[in-house]
Design a protein around this ligand. Sequence first.
Ligand code: NAP
Length: 345
Amino acid sequence: MSRRIALLGATGSIGRQAIEVIEANPELELVAATSGSTPIDGLAPLTQTGGDPTELLERARPDVVLNAVVGFAGLVPTMWALEHGVTLALANKESLVAAGELALAAQRRGGGALIPVDSEHSALFQCAQLGDPESVVLTASGGPFRGRTREELVHVTPAEALAHPTWSMGPKITIDSATLANKGLEIVEAHFLFGLEYDRIEVVIHPASIVHGLVRFRDGAAIAHLGYPDMRVPISYALTYPERARTPVPPLALRTLEFHEPDTETFRLLALAREAGERGGTFPCAYNAANEVAVRAFLEGRIGFLEIAATVEDVLERVDGRPARDLDELVEADRRARELAERRA
Ligand SMILES: NC(=O)c1ccc[n+]([C@@H]2O[C@H](COP(=O)([O-])OP(=O)(O)OC[C@H]3O[C@@H](n4cnc5c(N)ncnc54)[C@H](OP(=O)(O)O)[C@@H]3O)[C@@H](O)[C@H]2O)c1
């Protein structure tokens, strides 16, 4: 098995860990890499910083596209890989949440594999090799503010929100983990990846981040996936699927595991994502766009922590959520939601 990998978002948290995985495996070859603005000359035979990566992907002819871009900017490589039947190892959940049906239609036309890199969805994907899921459980660490009340969250700072207890990740997903928007995006991601209705996708708080996901089958059996919180495992799985390559992650030692109900009153973005997913159309796209704008405003000190959810809720009330018939309409829905969010934030 020799695989040519195109890595989009090579300078990020996932991107750097992906390079580590690729360098440790002689059967994986990095043929192309991109970044947003950080120079990466010499990192791969073909590199690009900023701009549309389509031409780079055409020239690179990869076997696998690993999309580790952050945010809606990851839409182009997601759609390119799905449309061309090239295996897509997807970390960039935002593109699948926003594009939804259009992405699945592109995958049906292209006929390639879509392998999640998100640890929870990688876990569910692996469990689902054993049968068709009746329902799934996504676990959430609960982030740094688990157990706090709304009053206690009014004045939290970006630095406090960036201190995640179990995962070390890029800034946007770390804030999303503190608001539970990350788990909200993951509910929608699971809906599209596994074809499950929203009432079959459950979220539980599991502070240790050892159980990544659980699939229930119709015979009453449930299979869970366990491991230390280390993204090199799902990255390696997605790049070598259906094989399993060795990683430096140690064997798991068992201990007591706790699970709690999430507090959707305090962490509104979890409930809002589910609602946006159930309403369908471009509501998930608007949710994602408004959240991206609000997270940036919070990180720049322009709005408070609780205003991230308030901004998203407000935008969802204002957009029409009409389904996008093509990518142009999707990009327009994203733009409109961003504009509304910018005005509010
Ligand atoms: N980190 C994790 O553990 C983790 C776990 C599960 C899922 N994910 C998902 O993986 C994705 C990446 O997360 P991350 O934590 O690795 O993010 P990150 O550390 O912020 O890295 C983002 C990457 O995307 C590039 N980028 C930013 N804006 C871009 C643009 N407009 N066009 C092209 N490239 C752009 C960045 O390049 P520059 O360095 O040049 O800005 C960087 O390489 C996200 O969708 C996240 O939700 C991450």
